[in-house]
Design a protein around this ligand. Structure first.
Ligand code: 5GP
Length: 209
């Protein structure tokens, strides 16, 4: 009797990049996504001081400037950028290894970081990249959300708003844009993107056993 043929697809991991102006609600969105086993969340390095409740190695790897620049020199970052006066960087090895094992990776990075990744030459990275912009519904709503979270002082809020107005113009550079609504709506929209990207034929390799 003929053995039943089993068709199986394999694929490389997808590099999901989420960016948004500060205060849009991107971090909460990413926290919700982190609770699902869909991908690994890349933990960035930063020279920013930990906020109350933040855990080293869980929220960020908190480094001083000297440690950070040693990693820059050693080429350990896939991308890095100065954001609100501190350095932030995505570690290359963790992300690349996961992708080549077929695990999806989620990056919560700023708009410069998304640009840096988009402009890299590596064709595998280009093929893996799915960049998503979260657009605040209005500038007034961005201000309301930023004030509501209450983590910055007035001067810092003003600075982030000024920067946010500029950053809102970057949406066209991204493959997808989600107009931010409630957290549930944003999650649903992001998951729709995630599912569709996973079924792209060009990502799949056929394995017949
Ligand atoms: P926060 O200090 O509020 O956690 O993050 C400030 C900003 O830095 C956010 O927009 C966040 O997405 C961004 N960020 C976090 N990690 C990285 C990173 O590794 N690279 C870049 N370019 N931005 C990052």
């Amino acid at each position: 009797m003929k053995r039943e043929e089993v068709t199986a697809f394999r694929r490389e991991g997808i590099l999901f990049v989420i960016s948004a102006p500060s205060g849009t609600g991107k971090s909460t969105l990413c926290e919700n996504l982190r609770r699902t086993p869909d991908f690994i969340f890349s933990i960035s390095c930063t020279t920013r001081r930990p906020r109350p409740g933040e855990v080293n190695g869980e929220d960020y790897l908190f480094l001083d400037e000297r440690q950070f620049s040693a990693k820059v020199t050693a080429g350990e970052f896939l991308e890095y950028a100065k954001v609100h006066g501190c350095w932030y960087g995505t570690l290359r090895q963790t992300a690349i290894e996961a992708l080549s094992e077929g695990t999806d990776v989620l990056l919560d990075i700023d708009i410069q970081g998304a640009n840096n990744i988009r402009n890299q030459e590596d064709p595998r990275l280009k093929a893996a990249l799915v960049d998503v912009f979260i657009m605040p519904p209005t500038f007034a709503e961005l201000e309301r959300r930023l004030r509501k979270r209450g983590t910055e002082n007035e001067k810092e809020i003003e600075r982030r708003l000024e920067r946010g107005r500029e950053e809102m113009k970057a949406w066209k550079e991204f493959k997808y844009t989600i107009l931010s609504g409630s957290m549930e709506e944003d999650l649903t929209k992001f998951r729709a993107i995630m599912r569709a990207e996973r079924y792209l034929s060009r990502r799949l390799t056929l394995h017949e056993e």
